[in-house]
Design a protein around this ligand. Structure first.
Ligand SMILES: [Zn+2]
Length: 479
């Protein structure tokens, strides 16, 4: 059932069927296509460009903490993979294994990387021998393969794109600091680039990464009230390094074992952007991550003056490094408006013969639908501030939504009601795994999302067992 202003009749309304809305949007906005292998998608230009903006933001920030990009192989020999028991137990069910090469059975089958901890350990074992070789702060942009049973474009795929940082340090303090510094970078990316406020904190024993001592997370709230884990950083302690035989000669001339971290975000962030900001007319993209920030639509494009005015505005915007385009297709203006809306282009500039005579044009903001008339003279120079304002509006809106949908609960009844409705339940937990499991069972899928850094108590009893509890925790239903 499409809403009546919806010119894109083939997009299902969000509140009617959110999952279908999502599928419609990613297809209709030409972000992806389904391939002949289930769970593997083509990333089309309109989503890949978003990924490139994320890459360029993160590369600049990673560089400031001393990170350098590398590229390691796609395959892990199974003999190497099997060295870290806890780690393989976590990943074994979802690995894809190559058993033949060049027509011959491989004596040591190769595992398509589900993540590259062991490859980095293998590299570091060869490269690190002295404290002078530390720290090692490497990041890799690549794809990983996890054989998933149920998949959904960008949110869960059998192959997805990500970045994975893998670092070694002399001390626990340095490693912990690295894991938290990157968490800050991810939080900033949410605020400055994606216009998404993340909840952040530490994962419980149950939810942390296989083999990690501590997992920190960023969690977003989707429009349907479900949580989306959007990135994680891990402190590994010395476990991996010990198992893989990474040793270095320390400042004290004794052999030491380095402390390790890893951190990553994936193309799942594209799914987050879609599900946090989108509406019944399609995508709504935050300006700084939008592949096209400004769409210029000529009204009566056959008019030479209109054409010239559009091109002039375009070149002025390009000179300011604003990503803009003119829709010169032979569709009607109405169709072009709907198309720009569906693609979530933050700002549209309409230029027609009548406005042009008066030196005017019309600006339309995607996020609010608001339309204003502006002078063409000096227009381009005003656009950066308008894009900033659009970004701020979107971030503010998402913050309010997160606030409205995060509630303190004190017993199981309230917890169940909250998780059924959607959103985050903030509550107290005794720390026992049994209570965490029971919450999941009784709420039909609610999981602990994180324990926030601000541990100001919101009660003194465990929401589940009623025993004295000291841990503040968020529960939600999650993707
Ligand atoms: Zn309990």
């Amino acid at each position: 059932m499409a809403n009546k202003n919806n010119k894109n009749e083939s997009i299902t309304a969000r509140d009617v069927d959110f999952a279908q809305w999502y599928t419609d949007v990613v297809k209709k906005a030409e972000m992806m296509d389904y391939t002949s292998v289930k769970g593997f998608i083509d990333y089309l230009p309109y989503s890949y460009a978003i990924w490139e903006e994320i890459q360029s933001y993160l590369n600049a920030r990673f560089k400031k903490i001393g990170s350098k990009n590398v590229y390691l192989p796609s395959f892990i020999p199974s003999s190497l993979f099997n060295k870290e028991k806890e780690h393989i137990d976590g990943f074994a069910p979802e690995t894809l294994v190559a058993t033949y090469g060049g027509g011959e059975r491989l004596s040591d089958p190769l595992i398509m990387r589900p993540t590259s901890e062991v490859l980095f350990c293998d590299l570091y074992k060869r490269q690190v021998s002295s404290y002078r070789d530390l720290p090692k702060i490497y990041n890799q942009w690549c794809s990983v393969v996890r054989w998933e049973k149920t998949t959904r474009p960008f949110l869960r795929g059998s192959e997805f794109l990500w970045q994975e940082g893998h670092c070694l340090f002399e001390t626990e303090q340095e490693a912990e600091k690295n894991a938290l510094d990157v968490l800050d970078i991810y939080m900033d990316m949410g605020k400055e680039l994606l216009a998404i406020p993340f909840l952040t904190g530490i994962k419980t024993e149950k939810e942390k990464f296989a083999g990690a001592k501590a997992t920190y997370t960023i969690e977003a709230l989707m429009h349907d009230g479900k949580a989306l884990q959007s990135g994680t950083t891990h402190y590994f302690g010395q476990g991996f390094a010990e198992n893989f035989g990474i040793r270095y000669l320390g400042r004290d001339n004794a052999l030491g074992v380095p402390h390790q971290t890893s951190w990553g975000v994936s193309t799942r962030l594209i799914g987050a952007v879609i599900m946090v900001h989108g509406d019944d007319n399609g995508l709504v993209l935050p300006p700084y991550v939008a592949p096209i920030q400004v769409e210029i639509v000529p009204i009566r494009g056959e008019n030479e003056n209109v054409k010239a005015a559009c091109e002039k505005v375009l070149s002025e915007l390009e000179a300011l490094n604003i990503r803009a385009e003119v829709d010169n297709s032979d569709h009607t203006p109405g169709w072009k408006f709907a198309q720009a809306e569906m693609k979530g282009i933050p700002l549209r500039i309409e230029i027609g013969p009548r406005d042009l005579e008066n030196g005017k044009c019309v600006l339309a903001k995607r996020v609010s639908g608001e339309k204003v008339t502006e002078d063409l003279e000096g227009l381009a120079s005003k656009i950066p501030a308008i894009l900033r304002e659009i970004h701020d509006t979107m971030y503010q809106k998402a913050c309010e939504r997160l606030k409205e949908n995060t509630k303190v609960v004190t017993n199981m009844e309230e917890l169940k009601a909250m998780l059924d409705k959607g959103g985050y339940a903030k509550t107290m937990w005794c720390g026992d795994r049994e209570c965490e499991d029971k919450v999941k069972e009784e709420t039909q899928g609610g999981t602990s999302r994180c324990m926030p850094f601000d541990q100001t108590p919101v009660g003194d009893r465990c929401v589940c067992c009623g025993k004295p509890a000291k841990k503040v925790i968020y529960f939600a239903k999650a993707y």
